[in-house]
Design a binder for this molecule. Structure first.
Ligand code: NAD
Length: 385
């Protein structure tokens, strides 16, 4: 089956590499010829590097490159069985592109969007046959990240998500099914990792280095929240938070932080601009963490229980299955453990008690305990008080 990729930016080119490595002929189109040329040059570089390092042999590297065609028009999508759109995150532009795609592609061609934050139903609505439209959400960088979220819209035909899931799994990816709700699984459940860390910072409980230390050294997370926000880019991370917050009708659980907004406004975007929460230019020393174990545990459990609560609520609202929620967080954002499994290890009742303590302290809806977490504790006859 030929695969079409619309948009040759970081995501489009990564997805093209994955599909070509799985043996498909891949047609890549971008409206910007410079982006197309750059994607072609980068793909060649990446494949050469993989061959030099011995990850793949020379012939395979050449064969993968030979299967990717960079096109300056969309007409060739007429031969595709699946087209994945990875263009700019703008609903109006995506809708107009899906309208065009529908006119070019065969009737049974699956049309997918890689959107991170837009409703798949709204994109599908641009098509006369929305039953063949769904979300196929890869993570960055697509060739390295195992997870892919498959998001059927309410209009998606009953067989389409299953077909897409099987195909994506044949690309050596782990596919989880997610409901068409803001942030799907990963970008929803991960919000407190950033939001609660920012709140702790704003309250003056600890500085960025100490919070990062608590999450990595005591929690086993690969990167602390501030290092990760600097890595993602404070502009990008802030926008995702704001989008999720608005999409959830301003639920205080997802409220963005002024601290991050100011960083974005100041141009302190993180690694890419040389300065974010940390300074990446040579010169000033970054602060060292206060390695106070008690403080570290307070920080870790406050952020962790908020993450667990979010995971439980995603399960409560049937966003994904229990296993898929845990898989999504371990494979999509490399968490050291699935959050629901982690909750079992801590003890569900203990998690409820921690949530209730935060709620009593702040009297904010942000800290409301998920009804499912409470129910699970009750059903297991775990005591909490
Ligand atoms: N970057 C990430 O971490 C990430 C992760 C998952 C999903 N996404 C989603 O993937 C999509 C693409 O993101 P990206 O980071 O690759 O963006 P990008 O800016 O790197 O690339 C977008 C590309 O689309 C092209 N383009 C714009 N309008 C077009 C059109 N009408 N037709 C054809 N090409 C067009 C641009 O020229 C550009 O090359 C977005 O929907 C984004 O939300 C991004």
């Amino acid at each position: 089956m030929k695969i079409g990729i619309l948009g040759s930016g970081s995501m489009g080119s990564g997805i093209a590499q994955v599909a070509a490595a799985a043996g498909h002929e891949v047609l890549v189109f971008d409206t910007n010829p410079a982006a197309l040329k750059l994607a072609q040059e980068n793909l060649l570089k990446i494949l050469n590097r993989l061959a030099e390092k011995g990850n793949i042999d020379d012939a395979t590297s050449k064969a993968i490159f030979g299967r990717v065609y960079f096109m300056n028009n969309m007409q060739a999508f007429a031969e595709c069985g699946l087209v994945i759109e990875a263009i700019v995150e703008d609903l109006a532009i995506k809708k107009s592109v899906f309208e065009k795609l529908e006119a070019i592609t065969p009737k049974d061609c699956i049309l997918a969007t890689n959107t991170s934050s837009l409703p798949v139903a709204a994109i599908a609505a641009a098509c006369e046959r929305p039953e063949r439209v769904l979300g196929i959400h890869f993570f960055n960088p697509a060739p390295l990240m195992k997870l892919v979220e498959i998001i059927p819209a309410i209009q998606t035909g009953p067989a389409v998500a299953g077909q897409a899931k099987m195909l994506i799994e044949s690309w050596d990816k782990l596919a989880v099914l997610a409901k068409d709700t803001p942030g799907f699984v990963v970008n929803r459940v991960a919000r407190p990792f950033y939001g609660e860390a920012l709140r702790i910072l704003e309250e003056g409980i600890a500085d960025v280095a100490t919070i990062d230390w608590a999450m990595t050294e005591l929690g086993g997370f690969r990167m602390g929240p501030f290092t990760l926000m600097d890595f993602i880019g404070n502009d990008v991370n802030y926008t995702v938070t704001e989008t999720v917050f608005q999409a959830f009708y301003y639920d205080p659980r997802y409220k963005p932080a002024f601290t991050q907004k100011r960083l974005a406004e100041a141009g302190w975007l993180g690694r890419k601009s040389g300065r974010g929460f940390y300074n990446y230019t040579e010169g000033p020393q970054n602060p060292s963490p206060a390695k106070d174990k008690n403080l570290g545990k307070t920080i870790l459990y406050r952020i962790l229980v908020m993450l667990i609560n979010e995971a439980a609520d995603a399960l409560y609202f049937n966003i994904a299955s229990r296993d898929d929620i845990d898989l999504a967080m371990t494979k999509g954002v490399n968490y050291p453990k699935g959050l629901l499994r982690w909750a079992d290890e801590i003890g569900i009742a203990k998690c409820v008690t921690m949530m209730d303590a935060l709620h009593v302290e702040y009297l904010e809806d942000r800290y409301r305990c998920s009804p499912l977490l409470r129910k699970m504790a009750r059903e297991r006859k775990e005591f909490y008080g």
